[in-house]
Design a protein around this ligand. Structure first.
Ligand SMILES: [Zn+2]
Length: 83
């Protein structure tokens, strides 16, 4: 899923794709995205740019099964990219 190019707010890595929470979903403001490189979680603004999570969102994400799944996938992807 393509997005306007943004940089990770933490590590500065370029982010131009987002993993949809459910198949077929299109990115919407408020969706959570995770930096592949450092795992930093960010939310989408109305312009589909990145912003930091609010305290409330962060708390919700901490117990979110999807977040755990994505973090697991992220580690697998990063393992494959290691040489
Ligand atoms: Zn990052």
């Amino acid at each position: 899923m393509k997005l306007p190019t943004s940089a990770c707010l933490k590590c500065g890595d370029r982010l131009d794709a987002v993993t949809a929470t459910h198949d077929g979903d299109i990115p919407e403001p408020g969706d959570i995205t995770i930096c592949l490189r450092c795992g930093h979680q960010m939310a989408l603004t109305r312009g589909l740019r990145l912003r930091e999570l609010t305290k409330r969102e962060r708390r919700n994400q901490a117990n979110n099964q999807w977040t755990k799944f994505v973090e697991q996938q992220r580690r697998i992807i990063m393992e494959k990219h290691k040489h």
